[in-house]
Design a protein around this ligand. Structure first.
Ligand SMILES: [Zn+2]
Length: 85
């Protein structure tokens, strides 16, 4: 059955959080901006490859995917159920 991996959602969330932290820290130590950019790009790649509706490829934001981990969740683009495993 088609599904989105819960691990990928956690990873995406971690990347966003780390990217935000390094961005703020970059105000004090500028090389951290580079890490922030790398983390952000990693997240974008992960998002494009893994964090999409498996049926139609539609974009879902991270908050909705976190919600989908614990609730029954339907894609707002195609209406198919998205399973998070
Ligand atoms: Zn869909």
């Amino acid at each position: 059955m088609k599904h989105i991996s819960g691990k990928d959602i956690n990873l995406g969330f971690a990347l966003v959080v780390l990217s935000s932290i390094t961005l703020v820290a970059g105000a004090f130590r500028w090389p951290l901006f580079i890490f922030s950019a790398i983390l952000l790009v990693s997240y974008i790649v992960l998002d494009r490859k893994k964090l999409r509706c498996p049926n139609c490829g539609g974009f879902e934001n991270l908050e909705r995917l976190m919600y989908a981990k614990k609730h029954v969740f339907y894609c707002r683009h195609c209406g198919e159920r998205i399973n998070v495993l």
